[in-house]
Design a binder for this molecule. Sequence first.
Ligand code: IMP
Ligand code: MG
Length: 184
Amino acid sequence: MNENIERILIPEEALKARVREMGRQISNDFKGKPILAICILKGSVIFFSDLIREIDTDLQISFISAASYGAGASSSGKVEVTEIMEIPIEDRAVLIVEDIVDSGRTIARIRECFEEERAAQIKVVTLLDKPERREVDVRVDYTGFEIPNEFVIGYGLDYDQKYRNLPYVGVLKREVYERGDAIE
Ligand code: IMP
Ligand code: MG
């Protein structure tokens, strides 16, 4: 295990099993309706690619990027959304796929954008949720795992753009981010 990782929080097998369950539930809930699945870059990319393969209905994919500004281990008030989307959202059933909901600001902002573009239905799925950190009351429809208030990396999540390739979710040693600079 990498020396900067304190412990494994969610092992690979547990991720796989939970992602499979979530895919089944989403397939049932959308009842055969075609889904436009939106990947929020970059953190969601691993979860997204595993999840969509567990969804059994017509599905298209698009990518957006959400950046929040300000230093520290949480997002600041301002979240900027950049679309990399060639598929119109209007009247579509949209599934927003996020890696982790923390303050809730990112998801709140993205939901707002999609409401403005008149999606027919918006559902949010997140792999991880840190409920203790919530600052904005935002609706999340599917949650993989609720986790404690610790900084996690792996399975797409990064610190300083690193660790995204780890096959598990791990807790980063506090000294790593306390000595580090601003993070995403
Ligand atoms: P929110 O806008 O505060 O809900 O922040 C959501 C974003 O913050 C996520 O999409 C991640 O990019 C980042 N983030 C929050 N907590 C963590 C963490 O523990 N590890 C890695 N990234 C995190
Ligand atoms: Mg993110």
